[in-house]
Design a protein around this ligand. Structure first.
Ligand SMILES: [Zn+2]
Ligand SMILES: [Zn+2]
Length: 458
């Protein structure tokens, strides 16, 4: 390892001012010899500096070397009778916390902890306190150390190599299945399995299952006297999120779940056909390879057949964003069973359907959700309507509409807040409206409604 004049000059200046351990010294010049261990570089630099100091009788440098723990310099000083005054000091940069031993101990602990989880790839992150980073930056710029490597990189690289060696797992820069976090300065470590994401579509065969748990009216989930600190309202049923999430918690051995769905239907609306897309996010899963058919079976069983999941597969964070942003852009297919207060001739219903087909519906925020949402006007298109007569008062309509269109209001008109409506066109009061979501469709052609917040529809 050839050490140039320039490097030696910098080493001298550094060591006269600062006590540094061999690893920190070596790291500050590491990129000149990228493949050599940092502490070996540091030792070689100290030896070279020591020889130079002997040759030129450089007592300042000898003292500096002794403070940084160089044994030869220390014994020389003792020979001069200075041994009492100048002793080895703790490394000013790492405080002696960054060494192969300390990194090894942290990584072994992390590997042991990680063995509780199923994973095949990992990443390593290292925490370095801000005051250490700023001292590091200061040394690098004050002494012109352009070949320096940071503590963070140094520790991370060694830990990564050692962790792979101990566990046989693969390092992955992006989307690792497990994150290892090291803090050599407090001698602590953490392992975090990354969430598992599962996408699919759900069917809801019940008209009394809410999509998400009903939160307590007084505390909105925080827990209070009124709800007995459950945060929940006494609901008619568990929610779809729970029917899907709770069996998943068990199968994946996860700590928690988040249920993301593309929009929501009313409590009393069923979801059939191709179903409603969702992504289930499972945090800190102990298992990652789970039989998805088994999952589907457990959901069906746990919900007593009220909820089914289909089209299951692995998902990513991007799928969640897609769910949220594309919800309103997509078209929804509904089956609506309407019972009118009096008989309605079939040809009148067909004519009304013809007038709704392709028309833009103007809807003020429905009365039933006004309490929760601001009053505004939304415009959504009805793309397709067909009607089948069930009896003289009852019809079954199949609708393809823009996402975000309030379908019940399209039928009953909400006292003129939705126009046009089936009620307005027929002049007959709908008595009962039963909604079933049949699926979500990609818009064909260029017809698109403007996006916005995903909203409740139906
Ligand atoms: Zn150090
Ligand atoms: Zn409460």
């Amino acid at each position: 390892m050839g050490i140039g004049e320039d490097v030696l000059r910098k080493v001298r200046a550094l060591l006269i001012d600062h006590a540094l351990c061999v690893r920190c010294l070596g790291r500050l010049f590491a990129l000149t010899w990228p493949d050599r261990p940092r502490s070996e570089i540091g030792s070689s630099l100290m030896e070279a500096a020591f020889e130079e100091a002997m040759r030129s009788n450089d007592k300042d440098l000898i003292r500096g070397l002794a403070r940084s723990g160089h044994a030869g310099s220390a014994s020389l000083l003792r020979g001069w009778g200075e041994g009492e005054e100048v002793g080895a000091e703790p490394c000013e940069l790492c405080g002696g916390k960054v060494s192969s031993d300390s990194i090894g101990a942290l990584v072994r602990g992390a590997a042991e902890k990680a063995s509780a989880y199923e994973y095949s790839t990992f990443s390593v992150g290292t925490f370095v306190p801000p005051h250490v980073r700023s001292l590091e930056d200061h040394l690098i710029s004050a002494y012109g150390l352009e070949a320096a490597e940071s503590i963070r990189r140094d520790v991370t690289r060694e830990a990564r190599r050692l962790f792979a060696e101990l566990t046989g797992k693969q390092f992955a820069q992006s989307n690792p299945e497990l994150e290892v976090l090291l803090d050599p300065f407090t001698s602590t470590y953490e392992v975090r399995p990354s969430p598992v994401m599962v996408r699919g579509r759900y069917l809801k065969h019940s008209r009394s299952t809410p999509q998400t748990p009903w939160l307590c009216d007084s505390c909105w989930g925080r827990g209070c006297d009124a709800c007995g600190y459950t945060g929940r309202r006494e609901g008619p049923d568990l929610s779809i999120a729970e029917y899907i999430g709770l069996p998943a918690l068990e199968l994946w051995g996860a700590m928690g779940f988040t249920f993301h769905a593309a929009g929501r239907e009313d409590l009393d609306a069923a979801v059939e056909g191709t179903g409603r897309p969702f992504v289930l996010e499972l945090s800190e899963p102990r298992r990652r390879r789970v039989d998805l058919e088994e999952f589907a079976r457990r959901v069906r069983e746990f919900s007593n057949g009220k909820v089914e999941v289909i089209g299951l597969g692995p998902a990513t964070r991007a799928d969640v964003r897609f769910l949220k942003t594309e919800t309103e852009r997509k078209r929804k297919v509904y089956l609506v069973r309407v019972a009118f207060s009096s008989p309605v001739p079939a040809d009148e219903v067909l004519r009304a359907c013809g007038r709704l087909r392709g028309s833009v519906i103007e809807q003020r925020t429905p009365t039933r959700v006004l309490r929760r949402r601001g009053d505004r006007l939304r415009k959504r298109t009805v793309h397709e309507v067909t009607a089948v007569q069930i009896d003289e008062r009852t019809y079954e309509l199949t609708l393809v509409v823009d996402g975000g269109l309030y379908v019940k209001e399209l039928i009953h008109g909400d006292n003129g807040r939705t126009r046009p409506s089936l009620r307005e066109l027929l002049g007959v009061e709908p008595e009962r409206i039963e909604l079933t979501v049949l699926g979500v469709q990609e818009p064909s052609g260029t017809a698109q409604s403007s996006g916005g917040r995903p909203a409740s529809e139906g």
